[in-house]
Design a protein around this ligand. Sequence first.
Ligand code: ATP
Length: 636
Amino acid sequence: MFDDSDYLDNVLNQPNIRKTKFTEWMKTNALYEEARELTYSDFPSKWVWHNKDKEWKLRKQRLCVGRIFYSHPGSGERFYLRMLLNIVKGPRSFEEIRTVNSVLYPTFKSACYALGLLDDDKEWHEALNHASYWASGKQLRELFATMLIFCEVADPYKLWISNWKLLSEDILQRERRILRYNDLHLSDSQLQDYALCDIERLLNKNARSLREFETMPYPNTLLLSQSSNRLLQEELDYDRVVLAEEHIKLLKGLNYEQRKIYDAVIGSVIEKKGGVFFVYGHGGTGKTYLWRTLICRLRSEGKIVIAVASSGIAALLLPGGRTAHSRFQILINITDSSTCGIKQGSQLANLMARTDLIIWDEAPMTHRNCFEAVDRSLRDILRFSDPQSEEKPFGGKTIVLGGDFRQILPVVSKGRREEIVEASVNRSSLWKYCTIFTLTKNMRLEQNPDDNAAKEFAEWILKIGEGELDDSEGEALIKIPSDLLIPHGTHPINDIVDAIYPELQTKYTDAKYLEDRAILAPTNDAVQDINDYIIDLINEGEETYLSADSICKAASNIQDQELMYPVEFLNSLKFPGIPNHKLRLKVGIPIMLLRNLNQSAGLCNGTRLLVTQLSKWVLEAKIISGTHVGHKVFIP
Ligand SMILES: Nc1ncnc2c1ncn2[C@@H]1O[C@H](COP(=O)(O)OP(=O)(O)OP(=O)(O)O)[C@@H](O)[C@H]1O
């Protein structure tokens, strides 16, 4: 305490003036082991500040929430120190606050960066650099394209120009091999052109282009034009002999119901009659098997089949499958008068014009507006080559929709039951054109006819779908048979992990063991608890990844929004589909991707992978589910 009239020197020389809550916090950390388990923001939850003695003492009662004074991002080191105080536990000095993984950093900002808390291009430079120890030039180009699409790189040109040598290190050898000319020499600008060409193609597969990144150079158009019909080429680039052989095998296996559908669809394609078919069958009735038979037959004859599914993970089960949204360029915010983003005269429009069959799996999951948008777009594109197309559903193409209405219906945000039903494909004006086929025989059970438990389960689940377990309309309580439940004792997480992953510590390196099991949890918090528990069981070095969260400046014009949303608040937010601020990983653990990173490489929302190497800025993982099992990929 001091008065206005006191001399400044006297005030500054008071014995307690140098003791602040903050400096005493570090002193307390030095004195008490138990104090060192808390961050500065958590400290008041267990310790209380005694202003008279200028001392922190252990709290005896009541819980308390700590709050650190706000510091504006423009205030430099103070802002970064504040950021660290939400993370660092128990430091005894300023130096310890700036120490990350035993390295003392010169500034709080550089320590924040080392922890991955800053959104800065330096991290993408380092990710490419780290990955170059493990990855080939081709894999690095894929990583670079992923960064351009998903990582909001601030200066793509700088990233390119500082790393182009790494990104093109395999190109000279590749071209020598292709041209069978061992003395081939390529100049730096030619090497850059080839690498940029590859990157442009990778971006095109995700409906993006280098042209969108203003500072990035565009490759020599002559080189690119060698693959001008890339989309068509991709769809025609199948080994017809292998497909023909596979088709013979699959065709022999078709059951009566599948064969009837096969004949109807093939007839429609061959006679170019067009038509909309809907194949309705519950899980295991052989829809995917039927799609594969149709696809093998037509592709082996050089015909084009576009195979799409409503979700990325279902698309992976189809040979050459993509999500419907990405293949048809369907808008995310779709209305009942939308069309797709397919431009007349574009490669995609040409591909559509040449398409013989469209297969759309899991159709009941998709909003009817999407089918109607594709229908409108196809009529519009095809009327140039055949004016009558405008009058025909889907412009006269043959289209097969498949799925099961007992499973997931379209997601209507905060929608009531009627709204969800109204959004389904069978409420669309196109439904009247549909020829409906039903598959009833569970072929999955046929493979193990003696597995009575599987049979009972399949019957039970079907009864739920048919509403036969309860008479009530709408919501109902379903009693789960006791043999399907995991009995739990005092530690439910331990019980569920033990039941699903027995002997985890010895078996976690076995990809098959991991591929066959999964725990589904209803909330992110439950996922976090289970993940933390499992990660602690695995005896490997751990790497922690923190997100760099900030408010999108374009999203609103509110002044002082940094003040309203301090960083630790943003970090504490948890959203479905987005990992929490802190992600703990170890080599050997299975992970699931939450974005459609690169569908043609099998990387989509739901793909399961096994972590094989970890660096601070990039991780290497092996795919363990879908069509690209065994492939190694790099994720920034
Ligand atoms: N005609 C058939 N001959 C032999 N095996 C078949 C046949 N039809 C399906 N199967 C096999 O039965 C299993 C289930 O089939 P499939 O995956 O095609 O069913 P589905 O209807 O797509 O199932 P879900 O809806 O659960 O994805 C697969 O292992 C598949 O290989």
